[in-house]
Write a protein that binds this ligand. Structure first.
Ligand SMILES: [Zn+2]
Ligand SMILES: [Zn+2]
Length: 345
């Protein structure tokens, strides 16, 4: 089968490798689509190496059709559409036992140390099958939409942490695919006013088209003034940082009302520091939250939203590339010209 094999930093080989055969307890998935993520870019550029095994097949936003079942697999059928929750937790560590499986100390991750979805087939190991890190999706949902279940599940994990709800004003900094997914789920959760900031005109236009109430180009307008004007001077209930620039943390804290939430959703460059005014947090009772990976429950929730067409997948997945052009797809995703890029074998 054809696969995108990571040999090392900046070396992605699109090459023929043996098609895996499912052993006992394993599932073979025929990949239907694998969307490309900022993390894939950081891995390919050598900016992220922790936990990444050279020789791994890249890709962790995986949707496909079950092609074969190993001996003893129950609860799945050949032909089922399915998606993967890529960070497979151990189930027994400190975090797993405290309902924080997404923070597991012993994760194996597709596209990091388990062969991922930038290939014609993806083998789901027994540990992932046993623990239901593969979820069956409703037949007939497009594969490119299903592959959004992974980033969407991570966004739902963020929503759990920052708790946007009925009547809230939410500010989202960054209108890439992640920012647009936050916008969509905040709206579904009942936010009544959504303000999106991005430097790209096309991304602001997409945000508007998907229902942002106000979009801001922070080079021409002061975001804090816009937010204060829109909230009777109070500030937003929630601010989500969906771009990995550390200086945005101080800005976000300046945008939120007393008692509000700031979510550092994006990953920041390794070693980053941010200077913030601690008194704003102290006197304002501001809650700072992070969000990384997702629980299996959130994959299931993401699937239900996608299957019921509550996520504008056709707009968010703006481009598709064939597997032969996986490296170009990853680089293109960094260009800002598209939104979410899918690789379709
Ligand atoms: Zn991802
Ligand atoms: Zn664990």
């Amino acid at each position: 089968m054809l696969a995108a094999v990571l040999r090392g930093p900046k070396q992605l080989d699109i090459t023929e490798i043996g098609t895996p055969e499912p052993g006992e307890g394993e599932i073979l998935l025929k990949v239907g689509a694998n969307t490309v993520c900022g993390t894939d870019l950081r891995i390919l550029r050598g900016e992220k190496t922790a936990g990444v095994r050279p020789g791994v097949v890249l890709g962790h936003e995986i949707a496909g059709t079950i092609a074969a079942l190993g001996k003893g697999v129950a609860g799945y059928r050949v032909g089922d559409a399915a998606v993967v929750t890529p960070a497979v937790s151990c189930g027994t560590c400190f975090y797993c036992l405290r309902d924080r499986e997404q923070l597991c100390d012993n994760t194996d991750i597709f596209g990091y140390n388990i062969d991922g979805g930038l290939a014609e087939y993806c083998l789901i190991p027994k540990r992932a099958v046993d623990r239901k890190y593969i979820s069956v999706a409703k037949a007939g949902t497009p594969m490119t939409a299903l592959s959004l279940s992974e980033p969407l599940s991570c966004v739902l994990n963020g929503l759990d942490n920052y708790k946007a709800g009925l009547g809230d004003t939410v500010v989202i900094i960054g209108a890439g695919p992640i920012g647009l997914l936050h916008m969509t789920v905040c709206r579904l959760a009942g936010a009544t006013q959504i303000i999106v900031s991005d430097l790209s005109e096309t991304r602001r236009a997409t945000a508007s088209c998907l229902g942002a109430d106000i979009t801001v180009d922070s080079r021409n307008e002061d975001l804090e003034t816009v937010v204060k004007d829109a909230t009777n001077g109070h500030g937003a209930d929630v601010v989500v940082i969906a771009i990995g620039r550390p200086e945005l943390l101080a800005q976000a804290i300046g945008l939120v009302r007393k008692g509000g939430y700031v979510c550092a959703f994006a990953g920041f460059p390794k070693g980053s520091t941010a200077a913030v005014d601690p008194n704003t947090i102290h006197y304002g009772e501001i809650t700072l939250v992070g969000a990384a990976n997702a629980k299996r429950r959130q994959t299931e929730e993401a699937l239900r939203l996608i299957e019921n067409r509550l996520i504008p997948a056709e707009t968010i997945v703006s481009h598709t590339f064939p597997l032969q052009q996986a490296a170009e797809a990853i680089e293109f995703s960094a260009s800002g010209e598209g939104i979410k890029i899918a690789v379709v074998p």
